[in-house]
Write a protein of this length. Sequence first.
Length: 213
Amino acid sequence: MKTIKVISLLDINDGHLATKSLKNYNQVFLQQGSIDGACGPYTLLMALLILGLIDYDQATDMWWEKKSTRFGKLIKSMQTHDTLFQSGTDLEDLKHLVDNSFKKNIDIALSESKGKQVVNFVLEELKSNKPVIIGINGKELAHWMLAIGFEEDEHGQISKIFFLDPSQPNKSNYWIASINIKDTYHGRYPYQWVDQSEETLISFEHAMSLGSK
């Protein structure tokens, strides 16, 4: 028998994925624009929503945020990047955004490894109820997603990791994407992204977990 485990801060409320970290339920999912390369910042914003450090109204109207607030400082740091993050973001960029804004409120843990080491890091952080930003690479693919849970059988073997994917439309579910970590392939890209219409194989490269202090 398989069991789905999702970090405890999440719930489904009125058909929307929401966080229970604030007094009121607060929507979590954010979808990026179709022409930008800002998947990293979008996953970071969703993690901040899950932790209750910003609310949904702030996230969806962020350019009006006062620059003196913690969130305003994050936005200011985002504005130093090239237009629409066309060059994307790396792990150091995402850490820099947090360090310049919510450093006093968030404990960050980094994994700069690749492959199975990243998987092990992610699973341990998820078991501690922390959202985890993960970088994935594939053939002509470089992307960030937010891990929020996993699938486990009665023997404790974990077969899938579940994600919020800012590049996909919202669903009335705890996750939008999943990657099979049980059945692996040989080669550079050993893991299958199982939600794609065509077979998409990926590798894991780098991750960052966020927890409230």
